[in-house]
Design a protein around this ligand. Structure first.
Ligand SMILES: Nc1nc2c(ncn2[C@@H]2O[C@H](COP(=O)(O)OP(=O)(O)OP(=O)(O)O)[C@@H](O)[C@H]2O)c(=O)[nH]1
Ligand SMILES: [Mg+2]
Length: 468
């Protein structure tokens, strides 16, 4: 195959290339607006804001990044390939720590790269930042993946540094980064260590075989960021000779040139698009988290209401079980639930919902719901219940008042549980029963409650509560 895929997603690349200067400004503007909108539309409770503080901070940082026109360039790769050295050479200063031992760089750190923007007219007003990262093989597996994700997520341009033909792990990690749709420049560093023919062979191999499907050939660049010093014999005028260390100048210009070319052409729009992508990810995370928080809160609320109602019935079975008082509890529960979902319902609407769900429970009937859910051990006491409704006094004494109370309490609690979860589905779907319809929703909740032995758990909790 001879086709060469561009460094970033082909559609994205084509779109970037077609953008006129003015349109690029518009992309930035759109990113800014969409970010502000995202933040405004989240409508979080103070509790949710606390739990989601980290994601929110990242979203706000993104806004700042857009305003400052910050472009993040991250060095990435295995240990001792010369990541820190490459960044230092670009800066023309020893800013990042360099060392012969593997794992010299232990954490992500950054430094502004001012000179580059001053030299490149197309980048005036941009704020370039170089980011150094630890070698990916130094940190443990999970940490490494998290780091790769983090770098891939935030960086606008990645310098993937290698110092010989690529290892399998380097190829894997390069393709992972590539999936994040970020432009990557592959830096073949330490070329001073190879004789010219070897160097050219390795370069050709990397470019033509290894990464052809991942990186454009013009984005594979050779450097010698920190060439080894060598000794030279100095001939003095008096005829004596001495040995001196010679430090060859680094070879870094081709890389610098390539970075600036990429950024000059695509920089602004890239940052804007990256911001949009990242904002989208963060937004999704926040919403998913919010849904989880709300779901937990709703489940807690339903359980407590169900128990409260169950306890009231258990302690005073006959009058409360006739439902009039019981329904008020269910209505209260649904009103409370609607607040959790930020769609407050009136008591009237909530009562309507209870009625609808009771009808959907239909032939099942309240007692039957409970019977279906009950473990066989407690069925005997329910048998007593049906006798009771038949007007026989005997089972009352035979079973004992407490057992009947508990059974009726369990039944009432289970009904509330089913109604609560039904209302939760309805509210979560924006006050709709959805395509499955109310009956299916309710019957599914009953089936799930059975699978989870909800009634047993409710009865256990109820027993504890009533006997306190
Ligand atoms: N000969 C030669 N040596 C280099 C070059 N670049 C870096 N080195 C040497 O390689 C070693 C590692 O360099 P670093 O820049 O610390 O490498 P790193 O990838 O940041 O390493 P970690 O932070 O440990 O992951 C040092 O001894 C450098 O002097 C180069 O272009 N040529
Ligand atoms: Mg380093």
């Amino acid at each position: 195959m001879t086709t060469v895929e561009p460094n970033i997603d082909p559609e994205l690349a084509a779109m970037l290339e077609q953008l006129e200067e003015q349109e690029r400004e518009e992309v930035v503007e759109r990113a800014r607006e969409s970010l502000a909108e995202t933040l405004n539309n989240l409508k979080l409770t103070p509790e949710e804001e606390r739990t989601l503080a980290d994601e929110l901070r990242q979203l706000r940082d993104l806004g700042r990044k857009l305003d400052d026109n910050t472009i993040e360039i991250a060095a990435f790769g295995m240990v001792s390939r010369g990541k820190s050295s490459v960044l230092n050479a670009l800066l023309g200063q020893e800013v990042f720590k360099v060392g012969t031992t593997h794992g010299t760089t232990l954490a992500k750190s950054s430094q502004r790269w001012e000179q580059a923007t001053a030299e490149t007219p197309g980048l005036t007003g941009a704020r370039l930042v170089l980011i150094d990262t630890p070698g990916i093989d130094e940190v443990g597996g999970e940490v490494r993946e998290a780091l790769a994700r983090d770098v891939a997520r935030h960086a606008d341009l990645i310098l993937f540094v290698v110092s010989s033909d690529m290892q399998r792990r380097e190829l894997e990690s390069l393709s992972q980064l590539r999936e994040a749709q970020k432009p990557i420049i592959l830096v073949f560093n330490q070329i001073d260590r190879y004789p010219d023919t070897d160097r050219d062979q390795i370069y050709a191999k990397i470019k033509d075989e290894r990464v052809r499907h991942l990186v454009r050939p013009e984005d594979v660049v050779m450097t010698a960021a920190r060439p080894d010093p060598y000794k030279v014999k100095i001939q003095h005028p008096d005829g004596k000779t001495s040995l001196q260390w010679e430090h060859p100048a680094p070879v870094i210009e081709p890389l610098k040139k390539r970075i600036l070319e990429v950024l000059e052409r695509e920089g602004k729009a890239l940052v804007a698009l990256n911001t949009l992508l990242l904002a989208g990810d963060l937004h999704e995370e926040i919403v998913a988290h919010k849904v989880r928080i709300r779901d937990d809160e709703a489940n807690r609320l339903i359980w407590n209401f169900a128990l409260a109602k169950g306890a009231a019935v258990a302690l005073n079975p006959i009058p409360v079980a006739d439902m009039a008082g019981g329904l008020a509890v269910d209505v209260g529960m649904i009103v409370a639930l609607s607040r959790v979902f930020g769609i407050p319902l009136t008591r009237r609407t909530a009562a309507g919902l209870v009625r609808e769900m009771m009808i959907a429970l239909g032939a099942m009937g309240v007692v039957e719901v409970a019977t279906r859910l009950l473990a066989s051990g407690v069925k005997s006491s329910l048998a007593g219940l049906s006798l009771l409704s038949g007007g026989l006094a005997l089972p009352l004494t035979a079973l004992g008042y407490g057992a009947i109370g508990l059974t009726m309490g369990g039944t009432a609690a289970t009904t509330s549980y089913v109604l609560g979860h039904g209302a939760k589905v309805y509210l979560r779907q924006g006050c709709q029963w959805g395509p499955r319809g109310i009956k299916t929703v309710i019957h599914q909740i009953v089936a799930e409650a059975k699978a989870d032995s909800v009634i047993d758990r409710l009865r256990d909790d109820l027993k504890r509560r009533v006997s306190r």
